[in-house]
Ligand binder design. Structure first.
Ligand code: SAM
Ligand code: DTB
Ligand code: SF4
Length: 332
């Protein structure tokens, strides 16, 4: 707590922050952001779906769940060389983190996993922070990924424990927490956040933030996704997420977890530059770049470059936290 990072937030405290007057909330978040981070910097991550569609889970928002007809073509696991050439393109376009996603319920110990381990090694050797999101992991599988050079593992809570069963029934919240624990034990960084617009209440959002902010170590990155409603899924007619809800969520996350990378994730194609600027002001300091997320559209590199120029933002360099740590150690 001496470094200003707290893991003992109460629900009542979070509620007070979340419901504070909006401009006051943004000002407080922006002030803390300035204190803890370089506010001109935004981490640019690129996503690639390395195995698309045909997933056995029933996540009500997801275009890749086999049980909904969403028009997503099922694709087998990509070849390593093809993935590495995407990673190189992303690096050339200014991304410093490359995240590979698979529409799997969980990792299985088979040749596909061995191929993913090879991809992780390859991207790591290119000097990018490499991240995967592959579903549930055992501790042993997490260790194999860490040994291959995986920098971060993404596994979202998506919503509150209370609302979880309304969205997913094929696995439990505790399964999710167990995977996060397995990742943490290996020393890899944790990327864990959620989605707003699933039909949850404000209390659900507060509860999810409470779960994240009271973990023994805060996730190093917290993606905040706005639901991208997908035709054919149970949530296809959900209302568009209000930008003020997005700003409130980001600002609250920033205050609770001041050093965490808060990622303005899915939903940017529906936001103006002015709306995204408000999110950066409220403490967002990471985005997914490239014209596709996993299966849905995202602003192009060119559009984002123009936005960065306009707002005076610059991409964060790779492995910055580690470099800072080494400098501090050398100076101590
Ligand atoms: N299958 C793995 C899993 O579920 O952990 C990894 C891939 S999964 C697509 C990664 C995350 O994408 C989900 O946890 C969810 O937060 C997000 N996501 C999926 N569909 C979305 C949508 N339609 N709108 C917003 N976020 C979405
Ligand atoms: C995260 O929180 N959002 C990203 C990433 N982690 C894997 C995924 C968003 C997916 C949006 C729907 C799609 O493109 O399929
Ligand atoms: Fe499968 Fe992940 Fe989509 Fe759920 S979110 S259906 S686990 S790909």
């Amino acid at each position: 707590m001496s470094n200003g990072i707290r893991n003992n937030w109460s629900l009542a405290e979070i509620k007070d922050i979340y419901y504070s007057p909006l401009l006051e909330l943004v000002f407080n978040a922006a002030s803390l952001h300035r204190k803890f981070n370089d506010t001109a910097e935004v981490q640019v991550c690129t996503l690639l779906s390395i195995k698309t569609g045909g997933c056995s889970e029933d996540c009500a928002y997801c275009p890749q769940a086999a049980r909904y007809s969403t028009g997503v073509d099922v694709q087998p696991l990509m070849q390593k060389d093809e993935v590495l050439s995407y990673a190189q393109k992303a690096k050339d376009a200014g991304s410093t983190r490359f995240c590979m996603g698979a529409a799997w319920r969980e990792v299985r110990d088979n040749r596909d996993f061995d191929r993913v381990l090879d991809m992780v090694k390859g991207v790591n050797e290119m000097g990018m922070e490499v991240c995967c999101t592959l579903g549930m992991l055992t501790e042993d599988q997490a260790q194999k990924l860490a040994d291959a050079g995986l920098y971060a593992y993404n596994h979202n809570l998506d919503t509150s424990k209370e609302h979880y069963n309304e969205i997913i029934t094929t696995r439990t919240y505790d399964d999710r927490l167990q995977t996060l624990d397995n990742v943490r034990k290996t020393g890899m960084t944790v990327c864990c956040g959620g989605i707003i617009g699933l039909g949850e209440t404000h209390t659900d959002r507060i509860q999810m933030l409470h779960t994240l902010a009271t973990m023994p170590e805060h996730p190093e990155s917290v993606p905040i996704n706005a639901l991208v409603p997908i035709a054919g899924t149970p949530l296809e007619h959900n209302m568009k997420v209000d930008i003020w809800d997005m700003v409130r969520m980001i600002a609250t996350a920033r205050i609770l977890m001041p050093k965490t990378m808060v990622r303005l994730s899915a939903g940017r194609t529906d936001m103006s530059i002015a709306e995204q600027a408000l999110c950066f002001m409220a403490g967002a300091n990471s985005i997914f770049a490239g014209d596709k997320l996993l299966t849905t559209p995202n602003p192009s590199f060119d559009e984002d470059n123009a936005m960065f120029q306009l707002l005076g933002l610059k991409p964060r360099t790779a492995f910055k936290a580690e470099k800072q740590y080494l400098t501090e150690m050398a100076e101590a």
